[in-house]
Design a protein around this ligand. Structure first.
Ligand code: FAD
Length: 259
């Protein structure tokens, strides 16, 4: 079972994000593994272990040949990585990102399954997984909280508001994984040391057979028209209990249509 896990390397969410003049997030300096993707890495490692063979390959698109986040996932147990890094990628929208990721998956050779998170922590359009599947011409199974493979098929428990649906498709396929469904393993010291020498195939847009006008600002189909600060949080309503507080709370919740 050969699995590609798409891992986004993002600025540390613990520090406030800074926008560039073109309204995109500044991504200079160290980038970390998006926590959302650590669940996919863990699930992929478990699937490969259960299959008794194969390996996990990481695919990431990031500026400045950044590998910090990739090394974390390699330390967890992934075998190798493909990193797409090219100045031509600046300004790439989600569709261009998916085009690049799909081309990198094709470079990875024989792949049974591609795994992603349902949405990234910094961009969170939640559109890349289905777009990658479309570029590859593979089925997309989304919001998976449990995955089983066998006999050329993949079956997932697809998270719903009420519980889950059981959805099956043929392999190869793209599966997006919901956050928090497994406990991602901590890299061991041995894993961290081993990750330093695991192969990272760093490629450009041209290496993937794509042209510069399919990506970056030139290829973007989306435009950032304006960016506004989030509105300040308003003070909440205080209810003094004069014996009717429970009714006021019910009234309030009914107003929000949650009751
Ligand atoms: C006009 C425009 C210009 C932009 N310019 C830039 C820019 O210059 N630089 C920049 O960094 N961003 C830029 N962005 C943001 C960028 O498009 C998105 O961050 C990126 O395309 C992925 O979208 P997302 O994070 O919303 O993906 P989602 O669909 O929320 O991601 C779902 C999952 O797909 C996978 N995935 C997504 N992105 C990657 C990735 N890069 N590598 C590996 N796996 C991935 C991960 O598993 C992720 O959890 C721009 C956006 C727009 C609209």
């Amino acid at each position: 079972m050969n699995i590609v896990v798409c891992v986004k390397q993002i600025p540390d969410p613990a520090t406030p994000g800074v926008l560039d003049e073109d309204n995109t997030l500044q991504r200079q300096g160290k980038l970390i593994l998006d926590e959302s993707d650590s669940y996919g890495v863990e699930m992929a490692l478990q699937l490969v272990e259960a299959a008794g063979g194969g390996e996990v390959t990481l695919v990431s698109m990031a500026p400045d040949e950044e590998t910090s986040g990739l090394r974390t996932a390699l330390a967890m147990g992934a075998a190798k990585a493909i990193l797409v890094s090219d100045p031509a990628l600046a300004g790439s929208d989600a569709l261009a990102t998916a085009r690049v990721i799909a081309a990198a998956v094709e470079r990875a050779g024989a792949v049974d399954l591609v795994m992603t998170a349902t949405e990234s922590t910094d961009g969170y359009t939640g559109t890349v997984p289905a777009q990658v599947a479309e570029f590859l011409g593979w089925p997309a199974l989304t919001f998976a909280r449990h995955i089983e493979t066998g006999d050329g098929t993949v079956t997932v428990h697809r998270q719903t508001e009420a519980g889950f649906d059981v959805v099956a498709g043929t392999l190869p396929a793209v599966v997006s994984v919901t956050a928090g469904v497994v406990e991602p393993r901590y890299p061991s010291f041995k894993g961290i040391m081993a990750a330093k020498s695991k192969p990272v195939d760093t490629v450009t847009v041209a290496d993937l057979g794509l042209s510069a006008d399919q990506v970056g600002w030139v290829g973007a189909r989306q435009d950032i028209v304006s960016v506004d600060p989030a509105p300040e949080r308003e003070a909440g309503e205080k209810i003094e209990d004069e014996g009717d507080a429970h009714e006021r709370i019910v009234e309030f919740l009914e107003g929000l249509k949650v009751l």
